[in-house]
Design a protein around this ligand. Structure first.
Ligand code: HEM
Length: 142
């Protein structure tokens, strides 16, 4: 038996390949740009976002999603622990905002599937995650 426990674990546990490894290098940039272009003309969401720092907002979401789906940890290097519920506390997020956010993100994900850049299996995983996390971000009842 190997004395290297970590090596042993690597052999025993079949590690699932992260989604990040299955998509092309521009995937998260396109996804977030598609999403934000729609946010900025959305009557519910547009007023919530900082007009003076929209490029920064795009970059924060791009880095977070890249990290979450198995890419480089640049988001945490720059921003620390995500603590997303806390970071969303300044914004009123009820059912109307959740629905709008999820719909626009689902459209952006769907466009990647249509372009052949994301499989339907990975689409389902992303939508499940966004549905769950968008509910988690809600902080008011409407
Ligand atoms: C449910 C509806 C949601 C609304 C209305 C909303 C709104 C916002 C707003 C207004 C910001 C500030 C923009 C900025 O300056 O960065 C923000 C930031 C952010 N949001 Fe959301 N958001 C929602 C859900 C989500 C979800 C589901 C995720 C993740 C899956 C997410 C991830 C982020 C991230 C990573 C940031 C930047 C945090 C930071 O480092 O400061 N948001 N969101």
């Amino acid at each position: 038996m190997s004395q290297d426990g970590a090596e042993n674990e690597r052999r025993k546990i079949p590690l699932e390949q992260p989604l990040y490894d299955r998509v092309d290098p521009e995937f998260f940039t396109r996804l977030v740009d598609h999403f934000y272009d729609a946010v900025l003309v959305d009557p519910v969401l547009a007023p919530l976002y900082p007009p003076e720092d929209l490029d920064g907002a795009r970059e924060r979401l791009r880095l977070f999603l890249t990290q979450f789906w198995g890419g480089p940890q640049t988001y945490s290097d720059q921003r620390g622990h995500p603590r997303l519920r806390m970071r969303h506390a300044p914004f009123v997020i009820g059912e109307v905002q959740r629905e709008a956010w999820f719909r626009l993100m689902a459209n952006a994900v769907g466009a990647e599937v249509e372009a052949g850049a994301l499989s339907e299996q990975d689409e389902a995983a992303m939508l499940g995650y966004f549905d769950h996390s968008a509910r988690f971000m809600m902080n008011v009842e409407q």
